[in-house]
Ligand binder design. Structure first.
Ligand code: ATP
Length: 369
């Protein structure tokens, strides 16, 4: 925290496509909320990166932007990229993945959170009260050798790497999270998701998980193969608490998790490292709906709430923790009684309508304190 505990700085990468459309209302609501709560001022700095910047300047993620992000207390990101704008080798512009590498953001946190009134795909009433978290290892696994795969006319290969160091910090993060959630009334369970019955690397992942679990006797551990996990997440997602897994498995199951919330526009995320963290919605730039007031900003709002919670932790700032809880509850209030029907899910409510409903609910919660 900078400036004698009076200021927290946030680097804002609004990005491309619908990124700026969901980022602007999130920043506005965060400003309003923290203004009401007192506590440290949130100072937002716009930072340039993305496909649009690459088109204009030939650079997608300048060092000057990285420097601002490195110095900030937190990083808030809309979405970046554009399938039509690519590097000369044909690959897409993904500064969000470069940020993960640069700051070694090893823990991808993907909450699956639903509340009554949200338009979720499962009919069981328990599907409207989900509260589980998928933790995706984000520095290695099948993504470790990104860009290094080999291909001939007859075969193509990629490698999967699991290391002790990356696993230990990932499992510690997962057990600590389960412990925090248990203190708040959660069940205190961490489930290791893998394919240990087939691949040696996943057997190693599981052994390290069991080894690390011994340090957390207060937390229950479970194992599940990834195929069974996909089935269980559709049939009875409410049995899970914290789930931890390799990079690609997390990539896939976190989209399944977003589906359980209704869609990509509902699902928040955070990428956490030892010193930095990026908070962003699970969705991409959705160029098909950009500029039409159709983007669902809910995922961005819930990511903003996660950022406040994270800022509140190390600095012990009650205003941030209270703000996080209020922001999250205002989102659930906004969806209560099926008051909102996002265009994404077939309804009429776009960015402005959802923002105004959340703003009204936030004001009501603030007034009722
Ligand atoms: P990326 O590869 O950049 O992560 P993606 O392939 O996951 O992107 P998105 O651009 O995130 O794709 O979205 C896929 C589709 O889902 C979009 O084309 C859009 O129709 C819809 N969508 C995504 N996010 C939202 C949102 N916030 N609100 C409404 N619709 C959305």
């Amino acid at each position: 925290m900078s400036g004698g505990n009076s200021k927290l700085t946030v680097a804002v990468f609004a990005g491309d496509g619908i990124g700026p459309e969901v980022t602007a209302p999130c920043v506005a609501l965060l400003r309003e909320l923290m203004g009401e709560l007192g506590g440290p001022v949130l100072e937002f700095t716009d930072v340039e990166a993305g496909a649009g910047l690459y088109q204009r300047t030939g650079e997608a993620l300048p060092q000057s932007s990285l420097n601002i992000a490195a110095d900030a207390d937190a990083i808030l990101l809309g979405a970046m990229g554009n399938p039509d704008v690519r590097y000369p080798d044909g690959t897409e512009i993904v500064p969000q993945i470069d940020l993960r590498d640069y700051f070694e953001l090893y823990a991808g946190v993907r909450p699956v959170f639903t509340a009554p009134g949200m338009r979720v795909p499962l009919a069981d009433p328990r599907a409207q009260a989900l509260d589980l978290v998928i933790i995706r290892e984000s520095t290695e696994g099948l993504f470790a050798h990104r860009g290094e795969g080999e291909e001939t006319a007859e075969r193509a290969t990629d490698r999967l790497t699991i290391t002790r160091g990356a696993c230990e910090r990932l499992f510690d993060f997962s057990f600590e999270l389960a412990r925090q959630r248990k203190a708040a009334g959660g069940p205190g369970i961490v489930t290791c998701v893998d394919k240990a019955n087939v691949l040696r690397s996943f057997g190693y992942f599981r052994r390290l998980f069991d080894e690390r679990a011994e340090r957390y006797p207060d937390i229950e551990t479970r194992h599940i193969y990834v195929d069974a996990a996909a089935l269980a997440l559709v049939k009875q997602p409410w049995v899970f608490d914290v789930m931890v897994m390799e990079n690609l498995l997390g990539d896939i199951l976190s989209d399944l998790g977003a589906g359980l919330m209704g869609g990509l526009g509902m699902a928040p995320s955070a990428d956490i490292g030892a010193a930095n963290a990026v908070f962003q919605p699970c969705h991409g730039t959705a160029p098909d709906i950009a500029g039409q007031d159709k983007a669902n900003p809910t995922a961005m709002f819930l990511s903003g709430a996660m950022m406040l919670e994270w800022l509140g932790e190390p600095h012990d700032v009650p205003a941030c923790r209270d703000g996080a809880a209020l922001f999250r509850v205002a989102v659930t209030d906004a969806f209560a009684d099926e008051a909102l029907f996002p265009t994404e899910l077939g309804g009429e409510d776009g960015t402005s309508a959802i923002t105004e409903q959340v703003r009204t609910c936030l004001a009501a919660r603030l007034a009722g304190r």
